[in-house]
Unconditional design. Structure first.
Length: 397
């Protein structure tokens, strides 16, 4: 998805908000229909039946008919896809959408003339029943775009994302393998010895966020003051998220260009960041500490980094079993929990090898990936010359 910042006028912003409201209303109706289904009852209506019901609802409700039928039908299409993903076991069950939190809609059947460039940094996109809305032309819009999605974040910013599959980045063809160990204090440690940190809020911004959260706790619910405080908090959170996304994009592009094989630990981040509060009958332990760890993992951008690597370095990302990678000495392969002196220091109890703990783990990940490649050299997934000339992989010290 190629995302761009929209710059609507106040009148256009109101029309976009109405589209979001219609899409959210139709989505929630679909959720309600499926929530009433129980074993033994007739199946919930599918996409075709819901579209027929939507036509009847538009005829009976002028306020709904005033909106775009494309926006409303695509909300039903998105819900049908969400249900298919749920039954496939890849996503959670679709739930209710809330105003101010889930604001967006999708447009399909986009024509070539629906997106145009006005000046060097300004473009326009045609949105049904809204007209031409300006966007910040930060880069060229991909060719052959068939659909796009308009969203509004909690900070009040509008964006348009064009659905396009980007071209993968070609590797250097040297057969070099890199291991990546993801952590909290160090977002990504490379087997080359590099320590990468995902940027967050500055100290002054963190202090301001604390003050705003205290003000929010004292503000009366539903008041204008509370709304302004929430908007200020959302702007700070959006700034932090934008910095993290920018770091992920630059880091993933750099790794895809420098290395032919990128080895990462196969982590189930969803399970790792699950709450530890438990239930009333079986309450959890160290809930506050676990919540802080969860925030650190999410702030490091673990999942997005690997996701973007898989997009940019297609078929060149290897996921390695993370078991004992942080407790194994990369020099002598001795496994001992005591070798992990601290969060940052690894001191082998067998050979005395001393290294950064994250770098040591990254090199173990790299060696495991290289071993897999050597074992399958006849049909190796290593790109470039390594498929044509079976030569040993040269690993950096």
């Amino acid at each position: 998805m190629s995302r761009y910042r929209l710059q609507p006028t106040p009148a256009q912003e109101q029309a976009l908000a109405e589209h979001c409201g219609h899409a959210r209303y139709v989505w929630n109706l679909a959720v309600e229909q499926h929530a009433h289904w129980k074993p033994g009852r007739k199946g919930a209506p599918g996409f075709a039946e819901q579209c027929r019901q939507l036509t009847e609802a538009r005829a009976a409700n002028p306020w709904l008919a005033a909106g775009s039928v494309t926006v409303q039908q695509q909300a039903l299409r998105d819900f049908a896809q969400a249900m298919a993903n749920f039954f496939a076991g890849t996503h959670r069950r679709p739930s209710w959408r809330k105003a101010g939190r889930h604001e967006g809609f999708r447009i399909v059947a986009v024509k070539a003339g629906d997106v145009r460039r006005v000046s060097r940094q300004v473009g326009e996109v045609k949105i049904p029943k809204v007209g031409w809305v300006r966007l910040r032309w930060s880069r060229a819009v991909p060719d052959g775009v068939k659909s796009y999605r308009v969203t509004r974040d909690r900070a009040g910013r509008w964006h348009v994302a064009f659905a396009a599959i980007p071209e993968p980045i070609a590797g250097p063809g040297t057969g070099e393998v890199v291991g990546v160990d993801r952590g909290v204090s160090v977002s990504a440690a490379l087997s080359t010895g590099e320590l990468l940190h995902a940027p967050g809020l500055r100290e002054s911004e963190k202090r301001r966020l604390v003050r705003l959260l205290r003000k929010l706790a004292r503000a009366k619910r539903g008041s204008n003051r509370r709304g302004k405080i929430k908007a200020a908090i959302a702007r700070l959170k959006a700034r932090e998220s934008d910095r993290r996304k920018d770091w992920v994009e630059k880091t993933s592009t750099d790794l895809a260009r420098r290395f032919d094989v990128i080895a990462v630990e196969d982590l189930t981040i969803g399970n790792m960041t699950r709450s530890a509060k438990g239930t009333i009958e079986a309450p959890g332990r160290n809930v506050r500490q676990k919540a802080g760890l969860n925030r650190g993992i999410l702030a490091a951008g673990w999942g997005r980094l690997v996701q973007r690597l898989e997009h940019k370095a297609a078929d060149r990302v290897q996921k390695i079993n993370p078991r004992y990678t942080s407790q194994t000495c990369n020099a002598c392969k001795h496994l001992a929990r005591e070798s992990r002196e601290s969060q940052a220091l690894f001191l082998c109890v067998a050979c005395g090898h001393r290294a950064n703990a994250d770098v040591n783990a990254a090199r173990n990940v790299r060696d495991t990936a290289a071993g897999h490649a050597v074992a399958a050299r006849g049909r190796s997934g290593l790109p470039g010359r390594m498929n044509r000339e079976p030569q040993p992989v040269l690993l950096p010290a």
